[in-house]
Design a protein around this ligand. Sequence first.
Ligand code: CA2
Length: 144
Amino acid sequence: MKFSIINGPNLNMLGIREPAIYGNTTYADLVALIHQAAKEEEVQVEILQSNHEGMLVDEIQRAYDKADGIIINPAAYTHTSIAILDALKAVALPAVEVHISNLNERESFRQISYAGQACFHTVMGQGIEGYRTAIKILKQKLLG
Ligand code: CA2
């Protein structure tokens, strides 16, 4: 079972600023956690982070040929990108949306998620541990 894990803009800055919202862990810590969780769950993962909307769309399209499911944190593009929503709908792979912070407790502009409309589940407010939860949920979905 292979998952494409896609992270959007500024997630490479984790741990550098705003620790009260995003924690002290770095993007390298997040990548390590994902690899550890994937090993434990016996799934394969490919991870991409990009600050560019089109790169995220390209990666979702690539997942169509190489992955069984998608875990995506589109970061700020969550709240703006119909292109990412359309790409997720186009590939029609089972997808889980992840957010490190709890969007329900934040600004009103973060209350809308376009990408989430093409995802069967959203994990939020669990910090980077949310990616482990997402891996488990996606695996269960694919196992039926
Ligand atoms: O909670 C999440 O995972 C978010 O997707 C993170 C995004 C934010 O725009 C979303 O509304 C919620 C931000 C990514 C990281 O941005 C940083 C900002 C300052 C310092 C470090 C990272």
